[in-house]
Structure formats: structure tokens, C-alpha cells
Design a protein around this ligand. Structure first.
Ligand code: G3I
Length: 381
């Protein structure tokens, strides 16, 4: 291994186990952690998921928005204490980066990249090619004549700005949709309509040129369950991955979004395990990129709800982390104070949702303990 390769491996996989003592909480305790370790100023937890993760060679982190870190000091402190990797929830999407066809606004993404560097966290890029979160000018401006130029300009400009500072980039996002009834399973997006299926290869090749240090990932949703729908999606995804690898396309990782419904126990089944093995056999790394456990269909009772959410976290992570090519686990939000779920999947009773490892007061939930135990039980990598 050359020095360059060694540096790149350290960059992507992290420095290894972190030091620090910790007291293991009883698994799935519904008693708030803060009662055990009270703090007069703010209840930032004394123990951290990043340390549990580091002991088996993993990174743990979360998505976040600039305004959350800038306006909420207890949240910011909790984020710094818990996370070794961060991904912008919004700030690297087209709708935020691209006020106009010729212009870029990097302020939010710069803030988060600097925050990551200042706090020794890895920084993930999300996302370069997606059908969602496109700016309002996109539909009236992009067409089959200019789509390739627009796409390549975006990839090279955005990636160049953060080159050498990004752990991994979601180059292509949510590009499979069997419901769109194409024989290749690809989603019917503007990129597909203007450029054909080759847009995926084009994007990965451009990404590899723009930042040779970042791990290049295809991030996909809704493949975690043991259902005909998810099975079909996994099949098409695998077919695409094999095709890209056979053509020498520089794709290096798969992102499993992992938005789990807390009421669905049909996760971590044989079809999903087989898929993980097949992805690994292709030589690809795996990242859990957006995990949360939605409690929209769970009973109101907080103890029962937290227990079910924690159970799903452990069930899923125990399965995924058995694969030693999994590099990182990120949740889609750290604290229940900031979760996208109520906007898209509100509870019928409108009760505040509890899908994440910290509660709204920055105290660890039973989900926190379940994630920590999954890290503790995972094989080293
Ligand atoms: O910031 C504006 C605010 O000023 C305005 O008042 C409000 C009115 O609706 O909208 C706010 O923006 C919203 C933004 O979230 C911030 O909350 C956007 O409308 C809304 O579209 C945006 O949704 C985000 C969505 O991606 C689209 O970008 C969610 O927060 C974000 O969690 C979600 O994340 C996606 C991943 O990127 C890909 N995988 C699935 C995941 C969940 O959907």
C-alpha cells in the first residue's frame, strides 16, 4: 500500500477506536438518561455514540441543518459530543446551492463543512443527482440540449469546492423506482428523460475526476423490508451496480437510507441479508446514511413506543453491522426536536414524534441505548 492509499484509507475509515470511559445504560430503559447524570446547565449526555462506534472501527453521525447548529446551543453541544460524521440535511441540495442557472450559493454548506472540520468530524456530501429538491428555475431551463453541460458543471463546481474535505458523496440518489415500470427499474427523472440511463455513469465518472479522495456512493431508499416491493427494488439496484462495476465505473459505495417504520418488523430478513452479501461481493462499501425509526403507526404510550423504536434500531443494526464493509451509521437527525417525519408522516394523534437517539431535551432515548449496544456487539472492522 502506498502512502497515498494509506492516507486515503485513514481519511475514509477514520482513525480507529477513541479513548474514553463510559457507563453502559440498561438496554431499552425508558428512564431518561438525564435522571442518572443530571447536569445543571444543559443535559448533554456524558457518553457518546461516536465512542461506541469507534470501538469497532465505525463512524456515527447525523444529518443537520445550519440553522439548528447556529441557533440552539444545547443541541450544538450534544451534536459535537455524539457525532464523528455529519451530513447537511439540505444545504448541498440543488434547491439550496443553486439560486439561478449560472449561480451558486455555498454559504450553508461552507458553514457545515467548517463546523465538521473545527470539531474533528468527517463531512458527507448529499446529494449531486436527485429528482427532488431541484430549484424552481430547473424545469424551465434544463432540456435535452443542455442537461449534460448543466449536470457536469454542477458536479465539478460543487465537488471542487469541497475536494479533499469530503468523506463520501451521494453522487446518485434514489434512482430506482420499479413503480415507473421501466425494464431497467430506473426512476423516470428529468435526468433520465434528458440524458438516458447513461446519466448515472456520466455522474460517477465526473465525480471521480472532481474529487478523487471522496468515496463515491449510490444512495437508495426503501430496500430494507422483506416485501415484494423491496425485493424488486433490491434486484434492480443490484443489476445496476453489477453493470456499473463491469464497465469500470468509479462507484465505491452503497448508501442504505434506512428510514424504518417502527410498526414494521419485517426488516433484517433473508432477502435483505442476501442483498448485503451481494453488494459486498462486488467490492462495494456500505453506509447506513439516513436511519430513523418512524413512530407514526405506534401506540401513544411513550414507554411502549420508545421500546418498539429501540427494538427496530437494534434488529436492523445488528443485521447490517455483521457486514464488515459497513463504514458508518448516520441517523437522519440526532434529536427528536428536529425531525422531518412529522412533516411527511405525522402521527394521527399529532403527538410529538420520537424516532431518534436523543429526545427533545438532548437526553438519550432507549433508541440511543439500542444503537450503542449494536455498536458494542458489532465485529471490529
Ligand atoms: O426552509 C423552508 C421554510 O423557510 C419554509 O417556511 C417551509 C415551508 O414549507 O419550507 C422550508 O423548507 C423545507 C425544508 O425541508 C426545511 O424544513 C422544504 O419545503 C422541504 O421540502 C424540505 O424537505 C426536506 C426534503 O429532504 C427535501 O429536500 C427534508 O427536510 C429532508 O429531511 C429530506 O431529506 C430526504 C433526503 O434528502 C433523501 N432521502 C429521504 C429524506 C427524507 O425525505
Amino acid at each position: 500500500m502506498t502512502n497515498n492509499e494509506l492516507t486515503r484509507r485513514r481519511f475514509i475509515y477514520g482513525a480507529g477506536a477513541a479513548a474514553g470511559s463510559y457507563a453502559l445504560l440498561p438496554l431499552y430503559s425508558t428512564k431518561p438518561f438525564g435522571d442518572v447524570h443530571p447536569s445543571p446547565s444543559f443535559p448533554a449526555p456524558a457518553d457518546s455514540l461516536k465512542d461506541h462506534a469507534a470501538r469497532c472501527g465505525l463512524l456515527y453521525g447525523s444529518s443537520v441543518q445550519q440553522r439548528q447548529l447556529a441557533s440552539d446551543q444545547p443541541f450544538r453541544a450534544a451534536f459535537i459530543s455524539q457525532c464523528s460524521i455529519v451530513v447537511p440535511e439540505l444545504e448541498l441540495k440543488w434547491a439550496y446551492l443553486r439560486p439561478g442557472p449560472q449561480t451558486y450559493n455555498f454559504s450553508g454548506a461552507d458553514y457545515l463543512c467548517e463546523f465538521a472540520q473545527a470539531n474533528q468530524m468527517k463531512f458527507r456530501g448529499h446529494t449531486l443527482v436527485w429528482h427532488d429538491a431541484l430549484p424552481s428555475w430547473f424545469a424551465g431551463y434544463v432540456n435535452s440540449g443542455n442537461a449534460q453541460t448543466v449536470l457536469l458543471d454542477h458536479i465539478s463546481t460543487v465537488m471542487a469546492r469541497y475536494a479533499g474535505k469530503v468523506h463520501s458523496w451521494d453522487v446518485v440518489n434514489e434512482a430506482i423506482s420499479p413503480a415507473d415500470k421501466r425494464s431497467d427499474g430506473l426512476r423516470n427523472t428529468p435526468w433520465l428523460r434528458y440524458l438516458g440511463p447513461g446519466y448515472i455513469e456520466t455522474a460517477f465518472r465526473a465525480a471521480a475526476q472532481a474529487d478523487p479522495d471522496a468515496l463515491l456512493v449510490w444512495n437508495e431508499n426503501s430496500i430494507e423490508e422483506e416485501s415484494a416491493k423491496a425485493e424488486s427494488k433490491r434486484g434492480f439496484f443490484l443489476q445496476q451496480l453489477k453493470y456499473l462495476r463491469s464497465r469500470g465505473v468509479p462507484i465505491q459505495g452503497v448508501g442504505l437510507e434506512s428510514h424504518i417504520n417502527g410498526n414494521h418488523t419485517n426488516i433484517a430478513g433473508p432477502g435483505f441479508k442476501q442483498f448485503l452479501g451481494q453488494v459486498s461481493d462486488l467490492g462495494l462499501k456500505i453506509l447506513v446514511t439516513e436511519m430513523d425509526v418512524g413512530d407514526q403507526d405506534l401506540p401513544y404510550d411513550i414507554g411502549a413506543r420508545d421500546q418498539a423504536v429501540a427494538d427496530r434500531y437494534f434488529q436492523y443494526l445488528e443485521c447490517v453491522l455483521a457486514q464488515q464493509n459497513v463504514l458508518a451509521v448516520l441517523t437522519w437527525g440526532l434529536s427528536n426536536k428536529y425531525t422531518w417525519l412529522p412533516y411527511s408522516f405525522p402521527r394521527p394523534d399529532k403527538a410529538p414524534m420520537r424516532p431518534l437517539p436523543l429526545d427533545a431535551n438532548m437526553k438519550p432515548t432507549p433508541a440511543w441505548s439500542a444503537i450503542a449496544r449494536a455498536f458494542d456487539d458489532a465485529p471490529s472492522r
